[in-house]
Ligand binder design. Structure first.
Ligand SMILES: Cc1cc2nc3c(=O)[nH]c(=O)nc-3n(C[C@H](O)[C@H](O)[C@H](O)COP(=O)(O)O)c2cc1C
Length: 182
């Protein structure tokens, strides 16, 4: 199905809904062009410096971290409901050990504006170029979040990705909701 260009806020509600349920699929790429997908649950879309931005939080222990550091870009892909199991998988195993695209039969399609590809089977796509990065500062974080989210340290790096392109399948909303009960 052809994917249609959309404004970066058009699917905000749907993207946040999937972010906070099954998770979104962040794709980065190594120097040889091999893609890797990682599930993310902590992120936000907004506007800073007059630019549309996707802020994503990646722990230094992730394989993805080194890839984004090297290339400076990523894509965020919103999966349809039937890929929930793929999100669980990509959020559990590392690209250091597995080729997640091959294992799950995902198709890496070249992006329009960045090096990292998109996942063709997903229904909404954000192409992002890192314009800033910042680390979570332990001394500036309230103790309850340090205790609940960072018992082992590994404080996230926040990547500020300028959204350069957004496009979606025509039936994105239906596919995100999944089969309707009758
Ligand atoms: C629902 C869900 C949400 C997640 N959100 C994040 C996140 O926002 N940031 C992060 O660093 N890891 C997150 N993870 C963990 C990574 O996806 C997981 O460690 C993954 O295996 C890393 O893959 P990589 O080593 O190939 O980069 C999440 C996992 C799940 C299941």
């Amino acid at each position: 199905m052809a994917k249609r260009d959309v404004h970066y806020t058009e699917y905000f509600a749907e993207t946040m809904q999937v972010l906070t349920s099954d998770g979104l699929l962040l794709v980065s790429v190594d120097r040889d062009g091999k893609p890797n997908a990682m599930t993310i649950g902590w992120a936000t879309i907004g506007s800073i410096w007059g630019k549309p931005l996707f802020l994503v939080l990646v722990r230094p222990s992730r394989y993805t971290y080194g890839l984004i550091e090297a290339t400076g870009d990523f894509t965020v892909n919103v999966p349809p409901k039937e890929l929930a199991e793929v999100c669980a998988y990509c959020g559990t195993v590392s690209g250091r050990d597995y080729d997640k695209f091959a294992e799950k039969g995902l198709t890496a399609t070249p992006s329009r504006r960045v090096n990292s590809p998109i996942i063709a089977e997903c229904v909404i796509h954000y192409e992002c170029r890192v314009v800033h990065k910042n680390d979570i500062v332990p001394a500036a974080l309230v103790p309850e979040i340090t205790a609940s989210s960072y018992p082992a340290g590994d404080f996230h790096r926040v990547y500020f990705g300028e959204i350069l392109a957004v496009y979606a399948d025509e039936d994105a909303r239906e596919r995100i909701s999944g089969p309707q009960a009758r």
